[in-house]
Write a protein that binds this ligand. Structure first.
Ligand code: SF4
Length: 275
């Protein structure tokens, strides 16, 4: 039987379009291998396209790791962000979504995104994150792989950026545009069950990488039981939608149900069989 897996991004993808979910997780699997068939290889290529915005988000994440390890000033962060962006753009090693779908050249993408890189640098300087991370009594543990643990028979993946520990207080920090109470509940579950930290000592903060704002939910707002029940339902819905015979046949879902505006931003728009 297929493993039951939950992650925020997985569920989001499934809700957006079941066909996209299937193409992303199953039909493109193994497409990197030299002996992969043409269709699988093609799906793999589309799956791995990234937008300039998403690339920038990942770049900021990388810079922040180094910044906190090396105690960089905000200005040094901005310089590094611009330097890395220019280097990556000069090497032209990435195929961007905009190149494939909007016919933009590498130079056009670079010029269009340059302003966002500068704004991102300003956010790093002026945001609430810098003083938050500089709090003296805290030790920062960076989490470079998603946390993986079991919730009953479900494998949970959650990807906080760092954990700040003071001995009395443990704060999970996520870099995201969303306010995610379910992730906060999973941080608490992980801390209590796996790390044996008392629930009251665990907090979560969410840093909006676009606006520079920091949000921390109140302890009472994080309802673990309700979240666990919702996760169970979400995973069950996905498991029922993709029975093993569909996976084995590598079949596309007959009806995706995705609205047109979703399709227009989908990596698989060129190869999807939806008419
Ligand atoms: S193009 Fe539309 S229907 Fe096809 S996979 Fe993407 S979102 Fe789904």
């Amino acid at each position: 039987m297929e493993e039951l897996v939950w992650s925020k991004s997985r569920v989001r993808r499934f809700k957006r379009c079941r066909r996209e979910y299937f193409l992303h997780f199953y039909a493109s699997a193994g497409g990197f291998a030299p002996d992969a068939d043409t269709e699988t290889r093609e799906l793999w290529f589309y799956k791995n396209l990234q937008s300039a915005d998403y690339y920038l988000y990942r770049l900021m994440r990388r810079i922040l790791y180094k910044a906190f390890c090396l105690q960089w000033s905000a200005m040094e962060c901005q310089d590094e962000l611009l330097k890395r962006w220019s280097l990556d753009m000069a090497e032209e090693r990435i195929t961007f979504y905009e190149q494939v779908y909007h016919g933009m050249t590498f130079n056009q993408i670079r010029d269009a995104a340059a302003e966002s890189v500068i704004n991102a640098g300003k956010i790093l300087i002026h945001s609430e994150l810098a003083p938050f991370m500089r709090r003296q009594k805290f030790r920062t543990v960076f989490i470079d792989q998603p946390l993986e643990f079991m919730l009953g028979d479900i494998i949970i993946y959650t990807a906080p950026f760092a954990m700040l520990c003071s001995g009395q207080e443990y704060i999970f920090l996520e870099l995201t545009g969303d306010r995610m109470l379910d992730s906060a509940a999973m941080h608490r579950y992980y801390a209590c069950r796996i790390r044996r930290i008392p629930a009251m000592a665990v907090k979560s903060s969410f840093y909006n990488i676009t606006t520079g704002e920091l949000w921390s939910p109140e302890f009472e707002a994080v309802n673990f039981s309700a979240t666990a029940a919702t996760i169970g339902e979400e995973v069950e819905t996905i498991a029922m939608a993709i029975p093993e015979e569909i996976i084995a046949r590598k079949a596309y879902f007959a009806i995706s149900g995705a609205p047109r505006d979703i399709c227009s931003k989908c990596n698989f728009a060129r190869v999807c069989r939806q008419s």
